[in-house]
Design a protein around this ligand. Structure first.
Ligand SMILES: [Zn+2]
Length: 440
């Protein structure tokens, strides 16, 4: 139990159409408080119309418990229906309070529960380390979670708080989240679960004190190889596996080293014992990019994973294959990246890695001129931002969690994350209005 397994390959078969439930944008959702599963309130963007704002607390129904403003200005859009309701907003604040308490526990290392290696770090570095472990736990969970009806799902599938925190931060980047749900086989179950997070929190009660059943602790351990309690798990998670981009050797590499070269540290580097390549995040990022670039997108029905991150989900469409194909074709026909004839895809991949000297850093200059007619540099930056390491996700979830911390701090400093802060009806109105404003 000294490490956790890497996620599955990013490339897989396209799910059949029956596996791809579409959110209906026309059928109104009319939730009742007795059935929170029907009230999506922390929704990943599923339609182009909602893609320009994050849907923290959003809901598409006018069936509200506390009336909010009659119209809502969201960036350039005006929505006729209120976005949040107090029960969901309160569940959301409870969740944020629990995240805050978890962060404080890690930063303070109260009870000296954390490994000796991180005890001497400053609070920010210790938190970044911890979030790195949480992201890997999230990946294990995404890979093993099963669907189910809300209440039994909470009992048998709800993950620990640190994993909820990563899921929450991921969904606060709705465009990336929606695209990854389409592109990554790993995200297939989470895609089907849609807006499950806040309904699950409502069923579970206070996430800070939630205790799973013994069976759930056991199944979590079996699924992820780590303990339920994130602080306890952190003591066992000393290493993680990376795959050498050059020779495909699996390398067990520490999260933390004294010289700062651990996977959870800024200057990660490990020497491949087989081929002696110095593996850094930039090499892992380039390998991930090359994997996606050389995968065959011309054979029908191979799945959205053959497209590059940041090219599939557009303003116009959730899965814009024409757009993704155009960009991929432009890149693979470029002088910098094209394949020689008569070589295999594996050889082509290897040539790209050699050409760019095992680092994604040199790629922007080589490819940004290609796409100038289609908003070139912006598109290239968006694509390349998804290829910074070997994690399957297209955003840096460690950074996303750390950034959401500043919003949580703000809520906390207002006192909003305290229990019962919004119990008076007039306070609920304030809360609904305030969260609505936060969306703008
Ligand atoms: Zn190697």
């Amino acid at each position: 139990m000294s490490n956790i397994a890497r996620g599955p390959s990013k490339i897989a078969l396209r799910p059949s159409s029956s596996d791809l439930p579409r959110a209906s944008s026309t059928a109104p959702l009319r939730p009742s408080t007795s059935d929170p599963s029907r009230s999506p309130t922390l929704a990943p963007a599923r339609s182009p119309a909602s893609a320009s704002f994050h849907a923290l607390g959003a809901r598409p129904s006018a069936d509200v418990d506390v009336a909010g403003p009659s119209q809502h200005q969201i960036g350039a859009k005006t929505l006729a229906t209120p976005l949040v309701t107090a029960p969901y907003a309160k569940a959301h604040l409870r969740l944020l309070a629990a995240f805050k308490a978890l962060r404080t526990a890690v930063e303070d290392n109260a009870g000296a529960r954390l490994p000796e290696m991180v005890a001497g770090l400053d609070a920010a570095r210790r938190w970044a380390w911890f979030v790195g472990l949480a992201v890997d736990r999230f990946e294990c969970w995404a890979d093993s979670v099963k669907p189910g009806s809300l209440r039994s799902w909470v009992r048998t599938q709800l993950p620990p708080l640190d994993v909820l925190m990563v899921w929450h931060a991921y969904m606060l980047n709705p465009r990336w989240y929606a695209e990854d749900c389409e592109r990554l086989p790993l995200m297939k179950t989470l895609k089907g679960l849609g807006d499950r997070l806040l309904p699950a929190v409502i069923v579970a009660g206070d996430p800070a004190t939630y205790q799973p059943t013994r069976e759930r602790r056991m199944s979590w351990l079996a699924d992820t190889g780590t303990h339920w309690d994130p602080l306890e798990a952190s003591r066992d998670m000393t290493h993680r596996r990376v795959t050498c981009p050059k020779c495909a050797q699996d390398i067990e590499t520490p999260y933390m080293t004294r010289d700062g070269t651990g996977y959870a540290q800024r200057t990660f580097a490990v020497t491949c014992p087989s081929c002696r390549l110095t593996v850094r995040k930039a090499a892992l990022g380039l390998a991930k990019f090359a994997d996606d670039l050389v995968s065959d997108h011309e054979t029908p029905h191979v799945g959205f994973g053959v497209y590059l991150a940041g090219t599939l989900h557009t303003e116009a469409k959730t899965t814009d294959e024409d757009h993704a194909t155009r960009i991929k074709n432009a890149l693979i026909r470029s002088k910098a990246l094209r394949s020689r004839t008569q070589i295999t895809r594996a050889q082509w991949r290897q040539e790209i890695l050699e050409k760019f000297n095992y680092s994604i850093a040199a790629l922007p200059a080589a490819v940004s001129l290609l796409l100038l007619d289609g908003g070139g540099r912006r598109i290239v930056n968006r694509i390349l931002s998804a290829y910074t390491d070997d994690r399957p996700f297209s955003i840096d979830l460690v950074g996303a969690v750390i950034r959401q911390g500043s919003f949580i701090e703000k809520m906390h400093s207002f006192g909003w994350t305290q229990a019962d802060f919004f119990d008076a009806p007039q306070d609920e109105v304030v809360l609904v209005h305030a969260i609505t404003r936060y969306h703008a």
